[in-house]
Design a protein around this ligand. Structure first.
Ligand SMILES: Cc1cc2nc3c(=O)[nH]c(=O)nc-3n(C[C@H](O)[C@H](O)[C@H](O)COP(=O)(O)O)c2cc1C
Length: 220
C-alpha cells in the first residue's frame, strides 16, 4: 500500500503525458518552430513561371531546414495575420487542405512525418522513423525514393461544401511549391498517380482527409 502511495505522483504524470508520447517512442505531439521565411528573392515571378518544370531526379544531398521552411510557407503560410489569410487562395477562406512534410534528409530534423501548422509557422511531429519508405511503399513512384523530402497535400473532404474545392486548393498550393522550388534551384513534381487509400493507410492520415498530391523535393 505504501509503495502504491509513493508511486502515485509518477503514475499521475505518466497518465497526463501518455497521450503525447507512445511507449515505443514513435508518436510525438511535439511542435517545432520553423525559421522565418523570406518574403523577397532574386528571381522574378515571370522567370520562375518560365522555368517551372516537373523534375523527377534529385542530388543525394540534404536540404536545410531554412529551405524546407520556405517551401512550406509558399504552400500554405500565413501572409495576413489578422484574418489568417494564406499564400494560396481558399474557397470562403475555409482552408480545406493540410500540408505534411515527409522528411528523410533535412538538416536539424529527424526523419519522419510532420504536419505544417500555418499559425505560428510550426511543424507538428506526427511520427519519427521510416515515413519516406512507407510513402514509397504505398505510392511506388521513384522520385519519392530519391528525394531528401516530400510534401503530401491532403484535403478535408468531409468539411468541403463542394467536393471539388479541396482539389482546386491543392492545385493552388502545389503551383506555389513549384515556383518556390524554381527560386531555390530545387526540383519537384506534383504527383497524383497513386491510390489515396494506400497512402492514407501507410502514413496514418486521419479519417476525413483525402491525400491529393505528393511532391518530392530535392536539389536539381
Ligand atoms: C493532376 C496531375 C497529376 C500528376 N501526376 C503525376 C504523377 O503521378 N507522376 C508524375 O511523375 N508526374 C505527375 N504529374 C506531372 C505531369 O506529368 C507534368 O506536369 C506534365 O508532364 C507536364 O510537364 P511539366 O510539369 O514539366 O510542364 C501530374 C500532374 C498533374 C497536373
Amino acid at each position: 500500500m505504501k509503495k502504491v502511495c509513493l508511486l502515485a505522483p509518477f503514475l499521475f504524470i505518466a497518465l497526463i503525458v501518455s497521450p503525447f508520447f507512445n511507449l515505443c517512442g514513435a508518436v510525438y505531439a511535439q511542435t517545432i518552430k520553423l525559421p522565418e521565411p523570406k518574403v523577397d528573392g532574386p528571381l522574378s515571378i515571370e522567370k520562375a513561371i518560365k522555368e517551372r518544370r516537373s523534375i523527377r531526379s534529385y542530388k543525394p544531398e540534404s536540404l536545410t531546414i531554412e529551405a524546407v521552411s520556405q517551401v512550406l510557407w509558399a504552400a500554405q503560410g500565413i501572409t495576413e495575420p489578422q484574418k489568417g489569410l494564406r499564400t494560396a487562395p481558399s474557397a470562403r477562406a475555409q482552408y480545406l487542405i493540410e500540408v505534411y512534410l515527409i522528411a528523410d534528409n533535412v538538416t536539424d530534423l529527424k526523419p519522419g512525418l510532420y504536419k505544417y501548422i500555418p499559425k505560428g509557422h510550426l511543424l507538428q511531429t506526427i511520427s519519427l522513423g521510416d515515413a519516406k519508405e512507407r510513402l514509397f511503399g504505398a505510392a511506388g513512384q521513384t522520385p519519392i525514393k530519391n528525394a531528401p523530402c516530400a510534401l503530401l497535400i491532403t484535403g478535408h473532404i468531409a468539411r468541403s461544401t463542394n467536393p471539388g474545392w479541396i482539389y482546386l486548393e491543392a492545385g493552388h498550393s502545389s503551383q506555389n511549391v513549384y515556383l518556390q522550388c524554381v527560386s531555390l534551384n530545387f526540383g519537384t513534381v506534383a504527383m497524383a498517380g497513386f491510390k489515396p487509400e494506400e497512402v492514407k493507410k501507410a502514413l496514418n492520415i486521419p479519417d476525413g482527409e483525402q491525400p491529393i498530391y505528393i511532391m518530392p523535393i530535392g536539389k536539381k
